[in-house]
Every structure is written in C-alpha cells, then in structure tokens.
Design a protein around this ligand. Structure first.
Ligand code: COI
Length: 356
C-alpha cells in the first residue's frame, strides 16, 4: 500500500541521513588534521590562468623538488569554516573575503590567483563532497584550508611558471585546548613576526614557520602562545602566532591597525563590525604594550581560534591577570553574537553567511 511504501521511504531516508555523518568521537575533536574523503585541485596553465579544477580522493600530491614553494616559499594559505545547522543545511562564513585576501596575497608574491568566483565555487564543491565530515550542530565545524603554491620548477629566484590551487578540509573543535577558558600569553621580546615592508599583512606560509621557535619556547614554559610586538619600536602590539588581538578598556575596544605587519583577519574585521553594531567604540590604531597593564579584558580572534579570552599576559617577567579566571563580559558578548551568526542561530542581518 501507499502507506507502507511511504513508511519504507521514510526509514530509508532516515538511514541515509544517519550515514550522512561519519561516526567518530565528535566530543574529542581538537584542532588537528582528520583526513576526509576529497580534496580539490586546480592547476594553472603555463600562462598562469586557472581554468578547470576537480575533486580527487584526498591524498599526497606530486611536486617537483625544485617547485618554487618548496625552495623559496612561494605559497599562500587561507582558512575558513563550514557549520552544520540543525535543519541539515550548511553555512559558510564570508568565503569571498578569503578569496579576496588570497588575490591580494598572490599579488604581493607574484602569483596568479583563482577569481573570487572560482575560489568560492571550489570551496562549495569541496565542502559538499566531504559533507559527512561536518560535525553535528554544536560539536565543532569543518575547517577549510585553501592553498595556492608555486609548483613550477625554479632554480634561480624567480616566480614559478605554474601554480596549484588546492583545498582540503578537516573537522575541528577548539583551537586552544583551553576551549573558551582563558589562555595565558607571554609578550615576546626577542623575536618578531613581521617587519614594515615585509609580508606580515598577507597569509604567506613563511609567516607561520617564522613563529614556531618563539611559540615552542613559550609552550615549554607553560604559556598557550606568544604575543608579538612591532619590530621597529618594540612597543606596539601586533598579534599572536595564529590570531589577532583586541584590548578592552571602559567599553572601548582597540586592536592594532592592519597596516602591513598585521594579518587582516576576517574574524577580526567581523568582530569590529559586530562590536560597532552593538554600540561599542572600536579603534584600529597603534596599541602600546603598556595598555595591557590597565586593560579590562584582552581577547584573541581568528578563524581557527574564533574568540579566545586571555586570562593573563606576562610582560617583562610580570604577570597581568584579566577577568578573574573567567571570560570577560565583552569577550563573551562578542563571542556569542559572532558564533550565533556563524552557526545560523540568529538571523544573519550582516549578509555574511552563505548557505549550501
Ligand atoms: C586560521 O585561523 O584560520 C589560521 O589560518 C591560523 C592557523 C595557524 C590555524
């Protein structure tokens, strides 16, 4: 009868839905690579234009040992996230912003880049192909990692003749093991992340290799990460190894102006807009390290870290504590507003989410 057919159809749909999410320990997710089914690869033609990419099973890629990215670091990466909503739909957060940042970075290190349309289309395809790896609502997100690298062979220092744009994804939970609990930072006096005129303002791979040493030393001393100062005056805040920084004082929220040595974070930019829409005064300017001494709250922002409250900062051997070991009110308010928007729990009045 129609009833039993409908019944069977209902149950097979349920079975399908169940198998649509992989069976892994979603509560144990941190920020580490969990390999998924597919990766996206788009190779440039020899004239440097990108034409057609494809989804391939996730796995190793072949590179010439003389590829420009391996020899001279001609490479960029991006990071964005997809969330699974309760109704089964998927939300991306501002993917065209990542595309634009990749285009700007590519210009700085002489690479061709996919168009915004190509980038966003590739992100969508990769996420949909790996849909079963998107964590259930409330259990995390799918981190999307686009890469653009010089794959053509070089020996002398010149831009590559060929490029690969690729995307892989991984389900992730919290970046810092602390989760939403405050992290402990140390101000780095010896090492700097970027210099004026350098590449600190783009998401080039080398920026991240250059912070590993300071980060390792800090972690050995029990800190979560390092807060860098500007390399000229050794006085103004720049950013943390993997995220931007905000300082809150008397309802004024300040963050270092992104003028070349600071990564123009998309979460950073979104927080500025959300905070202003909530009536906060937000200042992008030089923020002196001395301001940490009497700040009410400090928090970090990034795609991976989202908003991470800072519980203490150690500077010149002196520890400054914030928020009584809890999340500050401003950090908490911004975290809630931003994440409920990203996860589709509130109406997206900003027009930032893209639904799949
Ligand atoms: C991100 O937040 O997406 C980043 O690219 C930082 C990275 C070190 C995980």
């Amino acid at each position: 009868s129609t009833g039993s057919t409908m019944c069977k159809a209902y149950f097979s749909k349920k079975a399908l839905e169940a198998s649509e999410v992989v069976d892994i320990d979603w509560d144990g997710l941190g920020f580490g690579l969990v390999q998924t089914d597919f990766m996206y690869i788009m190779q440039s033609s020899s004239d440097g234009t990108f034409n057609k990419g494809e989804l391939l099973p996730f796995g190793p890629i072949q590179l010439n040992p003389s590829a420009a990215v391996l020899n001279y670091g001609q490479g960029l990466f991006e990071g964005l996230k997809a969330y699974r909503k309760e109704d089964g739909s998927i939300l991306l957060f501002r993917p065209e912003e990542n595309a634009l940042r990749m285009i700007a970075g590519a210009e700085r290190i002489c690479m061709p880049a996919p168009t915004v349309e190509q980038f966003v289309d590739a992100v969508k395809q990769t996420v949909l192909a790996n849909k079963r790896w998107i964590p259930p609502t409330g259990k995390g997100s799918l981190y999307i990692r686009p890469l653009l690298v010089g794959s053509g062979p070089v020996l002398s220092l010149v831009p590559a003749s060929e490029y690969i744009f690729m995307i892989y994804v991984s389900p992730v939970g919290n970046y810092f093991k602390e989760g939403l609990a405050p992290i402990n930072l140390i101000v780095e006096k010896e090492f700097h992340r970027a210099t004026p005129g350098g590449t600190g303002g783009i998401k080039t791979i080398g920026n991240y290799a250059s912070v590993l040493k300071a980060q390792k030393v800090a972690k050995e001393k029990g800190y979560s990460d390092v807060l860098y100062l500007d390399s000229v005056h050794k006085k103004y805040l720049e950013e943390v190894s993997s995220c931007n920084v905000f300082v809150v004082k008397d309802n004024v929220i300040s963050t270092p102006a992104a003028k070349g040595t600071i990564l123009p974070g998309i979460t950073r930019k979104s927080i500025i807009d959300v905070a202003r829409s909530k009536g906060y005064q937000v200042e992008e300017r030089l923020v002196s390290v001395e301001e940490l001494l009497d700040a009410d709250e400090v928090f970090c922002s990034g795609t991976a870290v989202v908003i991470s409250p800072v519980g203490s900062i150690t500077y010149l051997g002196k520890r400054i504590d914030y928020g009584n070991k809890g999340v500050g009110v401003v950090s908490q308010e911004l975290y809630s507003s931003l994440t409920s928007l990203q996860m589709g729990l509130v109406q997206d009045t900003m027009g930032w989410t893209v639904q799949l």
